[in-house]
Ligand binder design. Sequence first.
Ligand SMILES: *[C@@H]1O[C@H](CO)[C@@H](O)[C@H](O)[C@H]1NC(C)=O
Ligand SMILES: *[C@@H]1O[C@H](CO)[C@@H](O)[C@H](O)[C@H]1NC(C)=O
Length: 566
Amino acid sequence: MPSFRRWGQSRLERKPESSFKFLAAVLVITFYLLIKEVQHPTEHVPFTAPRGAKIQHAQWRGTGNGHETRADSVKEAMQYTFRKYRENAWGFDDIRPVSGDPATSRNGWGAFIVDSASTLALMGLWDELSHSIEHILGIDFDVTEDLVDPFETTIRHLGGLLSLVDLYDAGLIPKHILHEEARDLILEHAVTLAQKLAPAYDTPTGMPWPRVDFDTEQGEPSPTFVFSDDPSKREYEHPVIGPARTGSSILENRVLTRLTGDAVYTKNSTLAWAPLVWTKWTTPWPGMADAPIDIMTGAPVARSRHWDRGHSSYYEYLFKITLLAPPTDPHLGLYKKRFLDSAYSLREHLSSRSAPTPKHTMQHLFIGRQDDKQFQNQQGHLACFAPGTILLAAKYYDQPSLRTFALALLEGCRHVYTSTPTNIGPETWSWTPNNSYSKPLFSPKSSRHEHEWTKTGFWSTQPAYKGRPEYVESLFYAWRITGEQRYRDWAWDAFTAMEKHCKAPFGYAQLADVWNEGEGNWVDTQESFWAAETLKYLWLTFTDVDTASLDTWVFSTEGHPFRMIR
Ligand SMILES: *[C@@H]1O[C@H](CO)[C@@H](O)[C@H](O)[C@H]1NC(C)=O
Ligand SMILES: *[C@@H]1O[C@H](CO)[C@@H](O)[C@H](O)[C@H]1NC(C)=O
């Protein structure tokens, strides 16, 4: 206060004229506000959190830092992928990248087209995108010959459609590519699809059926579930589900609720994961879900506990929902607690340093799994998503020790990539735990395992590469959050390796064996996540850092960006 008075006095003394103008202006404004208040009484203003979040590297301001030649190389890989599909398999779910044959793997609606559209939009590939939009507007989601998997369909199709609407609303898709009516039709499509998926949620707990029959509009158990009156013939009494399948629809459904105003989508997704989040079955490790879970009772029926395949995206969404939900969401405090508990449990109970070998003295941090009482010293490529999600949460919740943990895990994923002759990491691998007091579950079983282990400190238990994104996804987060150039260089190493070994006559093939540099290594499969995620994250790592900034966008588990609006 005193300093304000001094300032006022000196201004008065120095410039009486301007201070008169100032006072007059204040009077005019006050008078105007009084009139306005009488005309439009101010409503109660609800609390609104600031838009966006401060996640990206703090030293960056706005745009810049693009490595355009590298970004363009990735864009060319996307154009090649798209062109080959368009020429040879248009309208089918996928193309076989070696033979060029079309493949129907996901209900025949053209999964590739729906899943890759948000990548085309971010890259500004408008010709490709208009072609895709034309197809998307013509999809009939009522018609399919196969059972529908609500999890895959939510993350790939529903997420892909909603992301297009969000990208359009944010002004990132020009109106001559997607006009207002087409945008509305895409949203209508999303609603139709969500309505077709609705029978999934018809269970006593609200946990989804693993499949839905679109003809009968009934939920179904997974195709491997055995029905029998004889308990000795069946594994479980009722259909069961894993954490990822039941806990990875809340982002998509939150966005659908925001865009339509219909709360049912968020409500159903909240019920679907409630038995994991509000669990009354105490697990020995805070925050970690035991699985699988009986969809009729919500009770875990076995003790599989990890962040790997089948569980991973539940933990991912447990954090990411915090960035998408309105700040008034009453559950945010609990989500935070559950996420942090589970991340610290992961570090405490499942992370494991590899023991040195005669030829490889460096040690690496990996994450294993727990099954009943046994620790399994095996990690899958899918679990390489964890460094990215944990880094994001560590930044948002300000947890420096989780950041250190995440970067160490990322180095582990990097190590399995750079150790193989193709410079690409395997689908699953094992190591000898340095901290093991009992005999580890997996040990090298062949001379090949022995050889790999001695040389690198791990051996591949499934040596394939399936075009998966998780490692480059985590590199994208590491680059955007830390601003350290090396993560971008690692991403470039991964991209050049994929370009060299996976590029096939009709797309990008999967590899049978990442230890095989020679011929005959291609697998004739290209999943839609190659275009939806792997190429998207690589491109985003090299392009301008303001493109799909982590301060304003949240990426779904299929790599579809949603607006952070609060
Ligand atoms: C929501 O869940 C209820 C069951 O609780 C189900 O009957 C309804 O069809 C679902 N609606 C949607 C849109 O998912
Ligand atoms: C664990 O690593 C240290 C070196 O950091 C080594 O001395 C020790 O023998 C290792 N223990 C096991 C069980 O491999």
